[in-house]
Design a protein around this ligand. Structure first.
Ligand code: PLP
Length: 415
């Protein structure tokens, strides 16, 4: 029998996706990301629709000062770095941005990457060693899952285990996995615990305070990817650690007790939305990543224009706490109206409001109908969420007005 040819196999896979109603059509934007966007339809016509599916939580993606800072970076430093950081790709805007991130996060040091995906792939394969174990929440972001998988390949003898989403005690919990690791004779090194700060598909949050307590009991390192928490969580939007009071006031010397050991995060969501990721934590950990991380040694630096835009976005966020308050007010209003309209939305302080519809094809059909009604919300199904848990994920922004939220709820009611 002939071996299946790649192209014929792929053709039938793609055809199957279409038959099952799972085929994703990329939506084309003809203008900037904002509360409303200009969307090109299948017929080629461009329409303005209200956007409830971007990660532009703080409304900074098209902020005039962020755009201007990027343009200035482009004029002053040119279009590209044309190098990885350790050769000749580190420009002074990288230094400025990394200081701004460390200040914002309340950590000693920070280092940037072209994405948070890369940041996670730098953390685990670099910092973990054979004999260590990584204990991971089952609903952690794909980039954490893949980074841990990669780490177990690069560092043979590195162990991993998984606990139920947000379950800290009892059966299949973090506590159980910690106890197992402590009792295992194969685990001879460091125990690592990793969680999302805000779970991107649920809008739920990791209980960092309780996790810190558990980690302390077992001498474990706590790593938090807070990509959806930055610009959203905590009174001033510094993240889920601010929400739990595990942060020092701005510009005070970082405390080491009762803190998250290492953070990763993205600049591609609330913090300007362009691109880029970072690690933030103690100097030694960040320094080892600079010295040994494969994404730091073999991949280009963040474009300077992007670094300049992100620095400005963080500055605006910290100078305008009313922006975070507006987001919080919008979220409360959206949840209240959605609930009043009979939708099943979970209470949560995050800007993510998933509406569970179970079936993937149904979620995709619903989002298509919403678009006809002038509201842009994406339906998510397998493999982004587990089979049978398909949903419409509504994401609220500080850029939205009450009228925008009303438009969302009214369109949902008409479905
Ligand atoms: C969005 C997201 C990422 C990916 O960030 P990029 O910078 O786009 O690679 C990583 N982790 C989490 C938790 C995210 O939500």
């Amino acid at each position: 029998m002939a071996t299946p040819n790649f192209y014929s196999r792929t053709e039938s896979l793609l055809a199957q996706l279409t038959r099952d109603g799972l085929y994703k059509h990329l939506q084309m934007l003809e203008g900037p990301m904002d509360a409303t966007v200009r969307l090109r339809g299948a017929d080629g016509a461009v329409r303005e629709v209200v956007c409830f599916c971007s990660n532009n939580y703080a409304g900074l993606a098209n902020h005039p000062e962020v755009v201007e800072a990027g343009l200035k970076g482009l004029r002053d430093f040119g279009a590209g770095t044309a190098s990885v950081r350790f050769i000749c790709g580190t420009f002074s805007p990288h230094e400025t941005l990394e200081r701004a991130i460390a200040r914002y996060m309340g950590t000693e040091a920070a280092y940037t990457f072209v994405s948070c995906w890369n940041a996670n792939e730098a953390v685990f394969p670099t910092l973990c060693e054979p004999g260590d174990i990584v204990i991971s929440d089952e609903l952690n972001h794909a980039s954490i899952i893949d980074a841990v998988r990669l780490a177990t390949v690069i560092k043979k003898g590195l162990h991993k285990s998984i606990y139920r989403n947000n379950r800290l005690t009892g059966e299949d919990s973090l506590e159980q996995r910690l106890a197992e690791a402590a009792a295992s004779k194969d685990v001879t090194g460091q125990i690592w615990v990793v969680t999302d700060g805000v779970f991107s598909m649920e809008g739920s949050i990791g209980d960092l305070k309780t996790m810190r307590g558990l980690c302390d009991r077992y001498g474990a390192m706590l790593v938090v990817d807070d990509s959806h928490g930055h610009g959203v969580m905590g009174r001033t939007g510094r993240g889920t650690h601010e929400h739990f009071g595990m942060i020092d006031p701005l510009d005070s010397a970082p405390t080491r007790a009762n803190r998250v050991d290492l953070f990763t995060g993205t600049l591609g969501k609330a913090l300007g939305g362009a691109a880029g990721g970072f690690v933030a934590g103690r100097k030694e950990a960040v320094e080892l990543i600079v010295q040994r991380g494969r994404p730091t040694l073999f991949s280009n630096a963040l474009p300077v224009s992007v670094a300049c835009g992100a620095t400005k976005a963080i500055e605006i966020l910290l100078n305008e706490p009313q922006r975070v308050q507006r987001l919080r007010d919008n979220v409360a209003y959206a949840r209240e109206r959605l609930k009043a309209a009979g939708f099943d939305v979970l209470p949560s302080p995050t800007a993510i409001c998933p509406i569970i519809v179970h079936d993937t094809a149904k979620a995709i059909a619903m989002s298509r109908r919403l678009l006809e009604l002038g509201v842009f919300v994406i339906g998510f199904g397998y493999p982004v969420v587990p089979e049978g848990h398909a949903r419409l994920r509504c994401q609220v922004s500080a850029a939205h007005t009450r009228q925008h939220v009303d438009a969302l709820v009214d369109a949902l009611k008409r479905l």
